[in-house]
Design a protein around this ligand. Structure first.
Ligand code: ADP
Length: 545
């Protein structure tokens, strides 16, 4: 027997309609490229979204067409998100931090027909334009007077483009499984791969992350996503925010500690979201200036492992609840988030921090398992480490153009490429990326654990632990660190810091101090380039694990 309830399609258009109708006065605040603040309401936003859709239709954009963006977090980028998806086209966010060759590959692979870009990316566009054939129109996100000198043929100014357009657009009735957005993974190995989100996956993900235990997004919140809209959809905040009528605060290009702090204070942000490196910068700024973050109640940290020391500092010194999460572009992107359960809330601080340092537990909708190298499921006992596989309504089913089909198992799971353990309460602990594991004498050492301990040392700013070949043990961990400003790192003392914190054979054989660590386009430690750099590292004589 079938149920008798209505079946309304879950579309991005439905979020737009709801937001403009029931939260017309909610604000969207953005820092512009010149540093000034732009401010308007959902109602004004909605009118401009309609105008943009009309303008894009006039340029020839039709349902299913890909429209590319190279843009910071800002109101214009949000307008593009909604206008493109709601008109049935596909909003393709491009990460400007990728190599030029990768950007050219991505634009060509996606066959973007229009490319809209912030003027700070004019250099990228100038190099790109002669190399790609699919783009019919280039649009700079500025007014006519600010139009940059550019090699992009027929360059248009966004504000002139939408100026005279009608404020109503006949949104098509869309199938909820129609594509809404496209985002490529950073492709640290091989070419980037496209993840094609649907309206349904986007809406269901936004509903899920809005939940009280997760991002807890309410109309009384002011949410400041530092995580970029050009990568993994700013963790769904552009959709979940509007769905719930929250004030949205966009930092634009200014992601240094001082600019972020000023914006958080000025706009009374209640929830902030970003990767650990951004928060490290913010903490440094707060320490230097004695600044506070009084309005901020909670923060989401993910994208790479959040050091436990950071969780403790934000909680104890700034009274901010830290939610550590894990996800990936392929998961829209949120998979797990850390929120304590009833019986965990009153645990002693040390025990709570131990739980919060894990990557959280799955949201309803995400199924996960760990398997061995033969694909056999392993126990969720908090000890056993295996390859992490996931499935669910907002998990990639196959890559765009069927790239990397081997990432999908025959029984319908997606292989994340991460190594993890899961405990009996469902908390996930990411130990490594499969390609970054350190296997010493046949046993795994978690590089993330080693790094977390290093950054808890007062002299260390950032740490990367990599596998380096070793005669006896096949591989041994090498710790590469940067010092805190004005501090000297004493290698012996740093290694002694590990005593009692990990098994002795996990302690790195050597430490190298560098001025800067390499990062990928998505802000993660680039261990591949470090491994390459240190592949012939000479171990100290006493080495051997
Ligand atoms: P990329 O395009 O660089 O793959 P993603 O943002 O999709 O960008 O990266 C997802 C990967 O980031 C995950 O597979 C995992 O390895 C890593 N990651 C994300 N969040 C965390 C976390 N909290 N702790 C450890 N690793 C994380």
């Amino acid at each position: 027997m079938m149920g008798l309830m209505m079946s309304s399609p879950l579309t991005v258009t439905s979020i737009l309609r709801h937001a403009c109708r029931f939260h017309p006065h909610a604000e969207i605040v953005s820092r512009r490229l010149d540093g000034s603040i732009h401010r308007y309401t959902y109602a004004e936003f909605g009118r401009r979204v309609h105008r943009l859709a009309n303008a894009l239709a006039r340029l020839g954009v039709r349902p299913g067409d890909r429209v590319g963006t190279l843009a910071w977090n800002s109101y214009r980028h949000l307008e593009i998100y909604y206008a493109v998806s709601c008109m049935g086209a596909v909003c393709h966010t491009i990460n400007p931090r990728l190599f030029q060759d990768q950007i050219a590959f991505i634009v060509d692979d996606a066959q973007d027909s229009v490319l809209l870009f912030d003027t700070s990316f004019t250099g990228i566009v100038d190099e790109l334009a002669p190399r790609v054939t699919s783009v019919d129109h280039y649009v700079a996100l500025c007014d006519q007077e600010s139009l940059p000198q550019s090699a992009a043929p027929g360059l248009l100014a966004y504000e002139s483009l939408i100026a005279d357009e009608p404020e109503t657009f006949p949104w098509p009735a869309l199938d909820e499984n129609a594509a809404s957005a496209l985002c490529y993974t950073s492709g640290t190995t091989g070419n980037p791969k496209g993840v094609l989100y649907s309206h349904r996956s986007t809406v269901v993900h936004a509903l899920a992350v809005s939940g009280g235990d997760w991002l807890c997004i309410r109309a009384r919140d002011a949410i400041l996503p530092v995580v970029p809209m050009f990568h993994a959809g700013a963790w769904g905040i552009p959709y979940a925010g509007l769905m719930n009528g929250a004030k949205l605060v966009f930092p634009g290009h200014a992601m240094d500690g001082a600019s972020l702090h000023a914006l958080m204070e000025g706009e009374e942000a209640t929830m902030i979201a970003g990767v650990p490196t951004v928060w490290m910068e913010l903490l440094r700024h707060l320490r230097e200036t004695g600044g506070r973050l009084d309005s901020v109640e909670r923060m989401m940290v993910g994208g790479s492992a959040c050091p436990p020391a950071m969780i403790r500092t934000f909680e104890e010194d700034y009274d901010i609840r830290v939610m550590h999460g894990w996800g990936m572009t392929e998961m829209s992107p949120v998979g797990t988030l850390g929120s304590l359960k009833f019986h965990e809330v009153r645990l002693p601080a040390e025990e709570r921090y131990a739980i919060q340092s894990k990557q959280g537990r799955p949201l309803y909708g995400v199924e996960l398992r760990i398997v061995d190298e033969h694909g056999q499921p392993l126990p969720h006992d908090g000890q056993t480490t295996g390859m992490l596989q996931v499935r669910g309504p907002w998990v990639v089913g196959s890559y765009y153009k069927n790239a990397s089909p081997h990432a999908f198992t025959e029984d319908g799971w997606f292989d994340t490429g991460d190594m993890a353990s899961v405990d009996g309460e469902g908390y996930l602990r990411i130990t490594d990326r499969t390609k970054d594991v350190i296997k010493s004498g046949g046993e795994w050492i978690s590089s993330i654990d080693i790094e977390n301990i290093a950054v808890a040392h007062p002299d260390v700013a950032e740490a990367a632990c990599i596998a380096v070949p070793h005669e006896k043990w096949a591989e041994r961990p090498l710790l590469v660190v940067t010092p805190q400003p004005g501090k000297q790192i004493d290698k012996r003392q740093l290694l002694a810091f590990y005593e009692g914190r990990v098994a002795r054979w996990w302690i790195p054989n050597d430490v190298v101090v560098v001025e800067e660590l390499p990062h990928t386009a998505t802000g993660k430690l680039s261990k591949r380039s470090l491994r390459e750099r240190f592949k012939n590292h000479r171990w100290p004589d006493s080495g051997g694990g």
